[in-house]
Design a protein around this ligand. Structure first.
Ligand SMILES: [Fe+2]
Length: 315
């Protein structure tokens, strides 16, 4: 397309705080830098973007589109990629559903900045993806609780009781858990993370956040505080429920959202393929950055330095 004036993309909001969709944007085409900048701007605003009828029928198209937002990570720090496609992670119901709230790969010091999911195999019903705004959660906290949250740090790890849901009786659950935890990662992140492009603050917790770094606080009480904060993330006002169609891609900002895949499709096959964009090391409100306690993530992902100019555009 060689028009001189760039078409303004029309994203339709799906809820007040999170999510917007667009139908018929051809993601396999050679999108201009200006179009990608518009998508980035929309992502900064809406946090999750749903592309329907996107002409995204294969991994190559997904990989090419995701690459426009930065270097890609490997598929996962511990889990195998789709055969021969090192950046593509199969998110497959065969391996158990992700029915816990989480932000992708927060157990490493440089979690992906953004995730893309593409529909591959869909159940006849159910199988939606719920996406929550952790910025909405932060805004909803009463002031005293917000001040408290501002001071907290949490340890995120991939090796804990429910890192692979045990309630699902998959034949390969044990094997899957072994693969998931084959390298033990632990990272300390600020509970309140400042988004590098927008300056927005969000609660950066989710399923991999297993304990607070408060000397003298027991794990049980630590979990109680995390649970209290998490309750604000999952308030219905902060959540959009995205249904899946064939030929659909969802792009979400992994720095300021959490997601959840309800196990509501009666064991029908469901597969989404995931490709993630390398991210920055999170920063707290005092400018301190996350620190790795255990596990080297440099093979999994490079670290992308992200700063914004006043308009929120990456420098
Ligand atoms: Fe996920």
């Amino acid at each position: 397309m060689s028009t001189t004036t760039e078409t303004r993309l029309e994203f339709r909001k799906l809820s007040a705080r999170v999510g917007a969709e667009i139908r018929g944007l051809d993601l396999s085409s050679d999108l201009s830098d200006a179009t990608i900048a518009q998508i980035r701007e929309a992502l900064n605003t809406h946090k999750a973007l749903v592309f329907r009828e996107a002409n995204v029928h294969d991994d190559e198209t997904q990989v090419r589109f995701a690459s426009r937002f930065g270097p890609l990570t490997q598929a996962h720090p511990t889990v195998a990629s789709v055969e021969g496609k090192p950046a593509v992670l199969p998110v497959d119901s065969e391996n158990g559903s992700a029915n816990n709230w989480h932000t992708d790969v927060t157990f490493v010091v440089n979690p992906p900045q953004a995730s893309t999911l593409r529909s591959v195999t869909l159940p006849a019903y159910g199988g939606e993806t719920l996406i929550a705004s952790s910025a909405g959660a932060y805004q909803d906290l009463p002031e005293e609780l917000r001040d408290f949250a501002d001071t907290l740090w949490a340890v995120h790890t991939n090796d804990y009781d429910y890192s692979v849901p045990k309630n699902l009786e998959h034949a390969n659950a044990d094997e899957r858990r072994k693969e998931f935890t084959r390298i033990h990662f632990e990272t300390a992140h600020p509970v309140v993370r400042v988004h590098p492009l927008t300056g927005e603050r969000g609660l950066f917790i989710g399923g991999f956040a297993q304990r607070l770094r408060i000397v003298g606080l027991s794990n049980t009480e630590s979990k109680d505080i995390l649970r209290l904060l998490q309750a604000y993330v999952t308030r219905p006002e902060n959540v959009v429920r995205v249904n899946w169609e064939p030929d659909q891609l969802v792009l979400f900002d992994n720095r300021i959202t959490q997601h959840y895949a309800p196990d509501n499709y009666d064991g029908q096959p469901r597969q989404l393929n995931r490709v993630t964009v390398a991210g920055d090391v999170p920063l707290g409100i005092d400018g301190r950055s996350s620190t790795s306690i255990q596990g080297d993530s440099s093979v999994y992902s490079e670290t992308v330095e992200l700063r914004a100019d006043v308009s929120g555009a990456p420098l």
